[in-house]
Ligand binder design. Structure first.
Ligand code: CP
Length: 327
């Protein structure tokens, strides 16, 4: 189900600084956020959010996104409220998302929300003045993940320009690959989409590539030779929770598994990313390879999310550079 965003009542607010998607961000804005993340990596502990309250509303499970947002808020001096399971909230009694958001808006300065429904973050952003940060809406988008992915790519490759990016696994339901693809449109990437037929990149994203002159190649081979010219190998989990037909899940769940012996022909600086959690699509023997970067990538989430929280609160890069509250 996708929320009908056109049937929202008259208290719609279009002025707030929510981050529902970063697909429309230009190079300047992305570089600005990368620079902010770099500042936070140098000094992650500050009091720049002292007195602020960050709410984390997780209607779906999470480890990294929630904990890194909460760590980001705590390390910057904010306090955190929220929930990790909607069953313990009044939404289990029938309270609507709109009312939940309006209630939490009475208490918090920023709302970080993950929800299973596509469009939920956009909907939430339109019923409150408090900035919403989309922490994943169904199989739609995951912009904070994209920001940390861009930061990870930038840090390891030294640029976002002209890269060969291989996306592997569940490209149908994978919101991280959808978000990343859109955010890279200005950087002349070449995407390779490697997925089983049932999980291939949806038509709307291929159309997006065509409309934005983004090069892409669809393939089903996944061998040492096919990944030899990758700069970034972006592995994804086949997401059991998105399937209505579990027999189909069983058929495709092991379609692509990366092993260490497949890395012999890779570019020296090729990095393997994965939004995590992994199930079995990356063998443990890959973890010791110089190409494995997924745990550092998750760490980068802290710095990227410190930047995003500050950005929605109107704290600028100059504010951060001039900040004297570093601990
Ligand atoms: N990458 C990511 O979204 O992980 P979590 O589901 O653990 O938050």
């Amino acid at each position: 189900m996708i929320f009908d965003i056109y049937s929202i009542s008259s208290d719609i607010n279009m002025e707030n600084r929510s981050i529902v998607s970063i697909a429309d961000y230009g190079k300047e804005k992305i570089q600005y956020l990368l620079d902010m993340a770099t500042e936070f990596e140098a000094h992650p502990n500050r009091q720049i959010l002292k007195g602020k309250v960050v709410a984390t509303l997780f209607f779906e499970p999470s480890t990294r996104t929630r904990l890194s947002f909460e760590t980001a808020a705590n390390r910057l001096g904010a306090r955190v409220i929220g929930f990790t399971d909607p069953k313990v909230t009044s939404s289990s009694k029938g309270e609507t998302l709109k009312d939940t958001i309006k209630m939490v808006s009475n208490y918090a300065d920023v709302i970080v929300m993950r929800h299973k429904l596509e469009g939920a973050a956009l909907y939430a952003s339109e019923v409150t003045n408090v900035p919403i940060i989309n922490a994943g809406d169904g199989s739609n988008l995951h912009p904070s993940q994209t920001m940390l992915d861009l930061y990870s790519i930038y840090k390891t490759q030294g640029t976002l320009e002209n890269l060969n990016i291989y996306m592997v696994g569940d490209l149908k339901y994978g919101r991280t690959v959808h978000s990343l693809l859109m955010s890279m449109r200005k950087y002349n990437p070449t995407f390779h989409f490697i997925a089983p037929k049932e999980l291939e990149m949806p038509e709307e994203y291929k159309l997006y590539c065509q409309q934005n002159n983004i090069k892409y190649i669809e393939q089903q081979d996944f061998t040492e030779d096919t990944i030899a010219d990758a700069d970034i190998l972006y592995m994804t989990r086949v997401q059991r929770e998105r399937f209505t037909d579990l027999m189909e899940y069983e058929r495709v769940k092991d379609a692509y598994i990366l092993r260490a012996d497949m890395l012999g022909k890779c570019k020296d600086n090729m990095k393997i990313l994965h939004p995590l959690p992994r199930v079995n699509e990356i063998e443990y023997d890959v973890d010791d390879s110089k190409h494995a970067y997924y745990f550092e990538q998750a760490r980068n989430g802290l710095y990227a999310r410190e930047a995003l929280i500050c950005d929605v609160l109107g704290i600028t890069l100059d504010d951060i550079k001039n900040d004297t509250s570093i601990i």
